[in-house]
Design a protein around this ligand. Structure first.
Ligand SMILES: [Zn+2]
Length: 125
């Protein structure tokens, strides 16, 4: 016989998993960086100012619950959002708090990731 509590709680398990993974400022910041597409860890490092090991740790949590996926390209691993609908959740929360989008448009330190380097090269030509 199943406990009454289990019957009620079970359907929420997956939601709780996802919400738990979201309930961390560093992970929210990482998801914000991934709004404009896939990025490598060094890019997140440049934009967020966290250490790489710390970012990797947070990426693992996000990947474990299926919020992000990774793709290897040569020496680099790129991370991307699995289901963009997660941004609806994040946008809704941001509306509730009334806060503006954080300023993530500029890197804290110059980014040397392959993507940014390619862009800088294109701009200089
Ligand atoms: Zn970059």
């Amino acid at each position: 016989m199943q406990l009454e509590q289990e019957i009620i709680v079970q359907p929420y398990d997956r939601e709780v998993q996802i919400l738990k993974a979201l309930a961390n400022p560093a992970r929210l910041a990482i998801l914000d960086v991934l709004r404009d597409g896939e990025h490598c860890v060094c890019h997140m490092e440049a934009y967020l100012g966290f250490r790489q090991a710390y970012i990797s740790q947070q990426l693992m949590v996000l990947r474990e619950v299926g919020l992000i996926q990774d793709r290897r390209d040569g020496w680099n691993i790129y991370y991307r959002i699995t289901d963009e609908r997660i941004f609806n959740v994040l946008n809704a929360v941001r509306k509730v708090t009334g806060q503006c989008d954080p300023e993530l448009q500029k890197p804290k330190i110059p980014c040397t990731c392959p993507k940014c380097s390619a862009q800088a090269e294109m701009g200089s030509k």
